[in-house]
Design a protein around this ligand. Structure first.
Ligand SMILES: [Zn+2]
Length: 105
């Protein structure tokens, strides 16, 4: 029979130190002295309104060719970064508290 305790042996690797994203202070998990901030950003998901006047004179197939030509010169990662980004950062309490009041400042 397998002992469920055995899997614990693999868990003693040391974690890399957690540092505050802003000031570089060492953060200690379990003390409740820092915050985890998840950032999710994506480009405007609204499809262009092809019936509006602005697009009336554009041949859609020409426009697609143009976009494909632009995309050909970008790496897959660049394309992904332009559309969607997600990151997790850690902040100590004294950096987090003023930041969350004005995250885009
Ligand atoms: Zn900090």
């Amino acid at each position: 029979m397998d002992s469920p305790e055995q899997s614990e042996h693999g868990l003693h690797k040391e974690h890399p130190p957690l540092l505050c994203h802003r000031c570089g202070a060492m953060l200690t998990p379990g003390r409740g002295d820092f915050y985890v901030v998840r950032i999710e950003a994506f480009a405007d998901p609204t499809p262009p309104d092809l019936l509006s006047d602005e697009y009336a004179d554009i041949d859609p197939s020409e426009e697609i060719d143009r976009l494909l030509e632009v995309m050909r010169h970008m790496s897959e990662q660049e394309l992904m970064d332009q559309v969607y980004r997600r990151m997790t950062i850690h902040m100590c309490r004294s950096c987090y508290l003023p930041w969350i009041e004005n995250p885009s400042g």
